[in-house]
Design a protein around this ligand. Structure first.
Ligand code: UD1
Ligand code: UDP
Length: 379
């Protein structure tokens, strides 16, 4: 009889984590039956479908279509809808990835029905409980039967919290499986084609050259949800970064909403030094990252991709659940939070920094295979 695995995705950063896992399962032929659930937290074509096409992820067997809402609305709607699917299919394992609301909602639901849960990317901790993802990480890890960790520090975090040794397996970083599988395809893209096809301003003319621009993403509520933080941050980005080199900014829908609400959008559009683009596909982002002189971000996934690619990375956060990416641990990232002074000072250092890739143990492109073997061995 084949092993029945139900895996769950909800938002953009989950898609690059599930792709190599789904492909590793496909290579097992008939030994594993895979059922993919998308909770529908991210639903715009550029936040969802484009990744399924580009990364060749199987179409979800079910889309719960929970959409946007408060945390309680998203988690509650997901639990109600997911429970029905779970009881219909009765899998041997539910596999969740990352730290979004889908991860937390589906892991709790599965355990309450005595279905085993495996968490890919277990043990990351920012130790900042104001961050919604930190709550998702703690809850998911507490209820998961199998904790699949991306690095050695994550294992230590779990042991400190009392997780039993047999639940923890160090398997490496699955994001890097996707990066390695798609590096060559990304490299072949044309930088300026990416910008013109995604530009929010249809009259964009500024061409950029390899190594001569900065690229940015930003979507953390702590950076974008209050005017008191966002306004000085945006001013600093324009005056300190965009004054030195073109700044390519992939705008997340949450951030665009806030910029419009706070009346900051039109002045950004009018600034020729900024190249505002709609969210780009996986390969385009990888190409921008490989070609940029500098990354500015508050994204977890981008901190990791910069680490392997060696792109100097100003991390606009006060803490990180991914300390392995920091300069003091051999990586290329420095924490500045949204503080204009710290960003300016990091910029001075980072503009003189060479690209220097760093590959932590088991960030080797083979994490998905190790996970599938682990699941099969535990059945
Ligand atoms: C979510 C995750 C976050 C992750 C981020 C990746 C949680 C708690 N947060 O944050 O960990 O880093 O995704 O991008 O799970 N919206 C659209 N179209 C979409 C999706 C969202 O317009 O397809 C807009 C809606 O106005 C929505 C807002 O973006 O209210 C925020 O979306 P939501 O999914 O609640 O949180 P994210 O900030 O995307
Ligand atoms: N990403 C992308 N296009 C974009 C911005 C990000 O493909 O316009 C990719 C990025 O390269 C990484 C992933 O999305 O693979 C990270 O997701 P996100 O920043 O949305 O969430 P986080 O990692 O912070 O949870």
């Amino acid at each position: 009889m084949s092993l029945k695995i139900m895996s769950v995705v909800g938002a953009r950063p989950n898609f690059m984590k599930i792709a190599p896992f789904a492909h590793a399962i496909e290579r097992e032929d008939d030994r594993i039956e895979h059922f993919l659930v998308h909770t529908g937290q991210h639903y715009d074509p550029e936040m969802y479908h484009s990744f399924f096409e580009a990364l060749n992820i199987p179409t979800p067997d079910v889309d719960l279509e929970i959409g946007s809402g408060s945390h309680a609305e998203q988690v509650g709607r997901t639990m109600i809808a997911f429970e029905k699917v779970l009881l219909e299919r009765r899998p041997d394992w539910v596999v969740v990835v990352g730290d979004v609301n889908a991860t937390c909602a589906c892991s709790i639901t599965a355990r309450k029905h005595h279905v085993r849960v495996a968490h890919i990317e277990a043990g990351l901790r920012s130790f900042d409980e104001r961050m919604p993802e930190e709550i998702n990480r703690m809850v998911t890890d507490r209820v998961s039967n199998l904790l699949l960790t991306p690095d050695e520090l994550s294992g230590e975090n779990l042991r400190r919290e009392g997780a039993e040794e047999e639940r923890i397996r160090f398997v490496g970083n699955i994001m890097i499986d996707t990066l390695e599988a798609h590096r060559a395809r990304a490299e072949a893209l044309d930088l300026n084609d990416i910008l013109t096809s995604h530009a929010i301003d249809p009259d964009l003319k500024t061409p950029v050259d390899d190594g001569s621009f900065a690229v940015m993403t930003m979507h953390r509520p702590s950076n974008v949800d209050s005017r008191e933080v966002l306004e000085p941050l945006v001013r600093c980005l324009r005056e300190e970064v965009a004054s030195k080199m073109p700044l390519v900014w992939s705008i997340h829908p949450r951030t665009r909403n806030r910029l419009e609400t706070f009346g900051l959008w039109d002045e950004l559009l009018a600034d020729d030094r900024l190249i505002l683009i709609r969210p780009v596909g996986y390969h385009a982002m990888l190409k921008l990252n490989m070609s940029a002189r500098l990354m500015l971000t508050d994204s977890g996934g981008l901190q990791e991709e910069c680490c392997v690619l060696g792109t100097p990375c100003i991390t606009m956060r006060e803490n990180t659940e991914r300390p392995v990416t920091l300069v003091e641990n051999g990586g290329v990232s420095e924490l500045t939070g949204p503080d204009p002074e710290k960003i300016t000072s990091a910029l001075d250092t980072f503009l003189n920094m060479e690209r220097r890739g760093h590959r932590p143990p088991l960030w080797d492109g083979k994490t998905a295979e190790r996970i599938v073997t682990e699941l099969e061995n535990r059945t």
